[in-house]
Design a protein around this ligand. Structure first.
Ligand code: SF4
Ligand code: SF4
Length: 276
């Protein structure tokens, strides 16, 4: 065993993964976060107020979720289902609210005739790390056990006009599977789209879900400092009070009276003033 080389290798890999990490902010408000229990947290993310950076280990965890998708598709194909990873010719992607709201579903599945569902079924594939969360999912189902995933499923159902969902979760600890199929609550999807419209239109931070900084959800919130203890916002045009979302997923500066070039949005200018 050469400890020094082992450590060097581990460190080099972590550095490479962190170096390849995507820009910390997403351009659009994603369907994957619209079901978060705190609107303020979702708004902070949409307005790029907090730059979250992740360790190489966390980035590997996120990447694993994507890599599992072909495995789910393979299992479904084995039982005679047809898995389609492109919905509506848009590679499973939808946008709404002038391009500011959107998301990508994992795909659709057409099940063998014996399942008596003749239409395409929305597919969402997830990985779960902890035994406790997995057990809760098995006991309660996605709508109760993970409202954020449920909101995502219903938003896609509404956007792609699909009535049924297939939700498959693998337990990363032991490869156990949770499989659930049912009707999509499209009214909930409509409600989530209204929530997105509210967040996008709001020029001020929505109310806190709790004014108590020690609330368990606040304690784990990436916006905790910004929200409760006055930590300065990440500086860019979207976190500036002069910026507002406009058509074609663009942002306009009210001070200079123009649509802001996308690259410039990331930096802002010396006239930046915090939006919250
Ligand atoms: S710290 Fe709490 S109230 Fe503030 S954004 Fe996060 S979850 Fe919401
Ligand atoms: S260009 Fe300057 S003033 Fe305008 S939104 Fe960006 S940071 Fe704010």
């Amino acid at each position: 065993l050469n400890e020094e080389l082992s450590k060097m290798l581990a460190s080099d890999i972590d550095t490479a993964i962190e170096g390849n990490a995507e820009y910390p902010h997403r351009w659009h408000l994603g369907a994957s976060i619209i079901g978060q229990s705190c609107l303020r947290k979702t708004w902070y993310a949409y307005r790029w107020c907090v730059a979250e950076t992740f360790s190489a280990r966390m980035l590997r965890l996120f990447q694993r979720g994507h890599r599992e998708e072909p495995r789910f598709a393979e299992m479904l194909t084995m039982i005679g289902a047809t898995v389609q990873l492109e919905v509506g010719g848009s590679q499973g992607r939808f946008t709404a609210i002038s391009g500011h709201f959107g998301g990508s579903c994992d795909g659709t599945v057409t099940l063998p005739a014996k399942y008596n569902i003749s239409t395409e079924v929305l597919a969402e594939f997830k990985t779960k790390a902890t035994g406790a969360a997995f057990t809760k999912m098995k006991r309660e189902g996605v709508a109760l056990a993970n409202p954020q995933h449920w909101a995502q499923i219903c938003t896609y159902g509404n956007a792609f006009h699909l009535n049924h969902y297939l939700y498959m979760v693998v337990n990363k600890n032991d490869d156990d599977l949770h499989i659930e199929i049912g009707d999509i609550d499209t009214a909930h999807g409509v409600e989530m789209t209204s929530r997105a419209r509210y967040i996008i239109a709001s020029q001020t931070a929505p109310a806190r879900m709790s004014d108590n900084p020690t609330h368990w959800q606040c304690k784990f919130c990436p916006a905790h400092g910004v929200c409760h203890t006055g930590v300065p916002l990440d500086k860019n045009c979207r976190s500036c009070k002069h910026a507002s979302p406009v058509a074609n997923a663009e942002w306009r500066c009210g001070l200079f009276g123009n649509v802001i070039p996308r690259d410039f949005v990331k930096t802002g200018c010396e006239r930046w003033e915090p939006v919250a």
